[in-house]
Design a binder for this molecule. Sequence first.
Ligand code: FAD
Length: 391
Amino acid sequence: LPPFDAGDPLGIDDLLEPEDLAVRETVRSWAADRVLPFVAEWYESGELPGVRELAKELGSIGALGMSLDGYGCAGASAVQYGLACLELEAADSGVRSLVSVQGSLAMYAVHRFGSEEQKQRWLPGMAAGDVIGCFGLTEPDHGSDPAAMRTHARRDAGGDWVLSGRKMWITNGSVAGVAVVWAQTDNGIRGFVVPTDTPGFSAPEIKHKWSLRASVTSELVMDDVRLPADAVLPEVVGLKGPLSCLSHARYGIVWGAMGAARTCFETAVDYAKSREQFGRPIGGFQLTQAKLADMAVELHKGILLAHHLGRRMDAGRLRPEQVSFGKLNNVREAIEICRTARTILGANGISLEYPVMRHATNLESVLTYEGTVEMHQLVLGKALTGLDAFR
Ligand code: FAD
């Protein structure tokens, strides 16, 4: 039998191909060099300095629009994309959010629903990280129920679109060169590709967040933003457009959340082995070991679940309800792991000297965005009973 591996107790790495391990190593070492040494400082100052440079570097390692084909994208498998999300979020959920929004929301929308011309115009620059994208669905008064959104677009006599409304909590908003904005039209909800230098468009940054502080979050304000007729995404009408983008991004979060959990778990194990109270390491007390054992069980079950969903996505068999299953479980368990790690570190657990509190507070956002816990419970509840309890 192979020896017990504390870093991979279930032997999940046996399921990975050499190329998967190479992708993981590339992203892990990039994050170790470019994020880990600085992220506590970014977090404390509530800024992501050098975000444009970071985006270019992420582009150069193939992490942007990673599982998309063509147009400069890496064409990686879903499992490889998931492994990248895990490694990025093991550093910080904010950096993973940058990548999720760029690849799974903004680029995915253009790749899946855009015209050939839109794809050629936007995707290569976005894959390289030269152009940052954002995705505007949520509004101040409409979050979990985006169908009720008020942002609207109408066509004027010359055929141009005129877009007006406000979006809220938009990741990458203030640093984006292009925004994918969802709006009501006379024919249902449509997606618009909006260059952010278009007159009437502005994206003030949202300050005073106590979660995801190393991430740019913004409002989008659109006052009669005039767009050419071909700014609309031609291939989709209705809420299924944004929802299918969200499903792709949520899939990455299923993996990503386990990265945050892994960092907190590893920090707790190290700490428990070296911190002494009552004359011996706190890791030698049964109560601490019970916590560590339970954390390890949930961490590796979560990674196994992510891997299972990844294989289904690669086989073209992943249903949205299954993504809800994964997002619900993995984010909820990840936050629990981080909170338990916090207790093991005692007072040190609240300090930015350790990554635990940063990850735990980041996960408060991850718990809410891309569908709250309650929304995913309702998705599963409906699938299990056939009864719609959303309204
Ligand atoms: P609400 O919808 O008002 O919900 C409040 C509470 O009520 C939740 O607990 C919810 O589950 C519950 N609730 C609502 N309806 C029901 C119901 N029928 N039954 C039971 N409970 C219910 N959005 C974007 O479009 N693009 C982005 O890039 C983006 N980035 C974000 C970044 C951050 C840091 C954050 C915090 C949010 C971001 N969001 C983004 C917004 C996010 O998707 C929304 O916050 C989320 O959808 C929830 O909407 P809400 O905050 O308006 O909460």
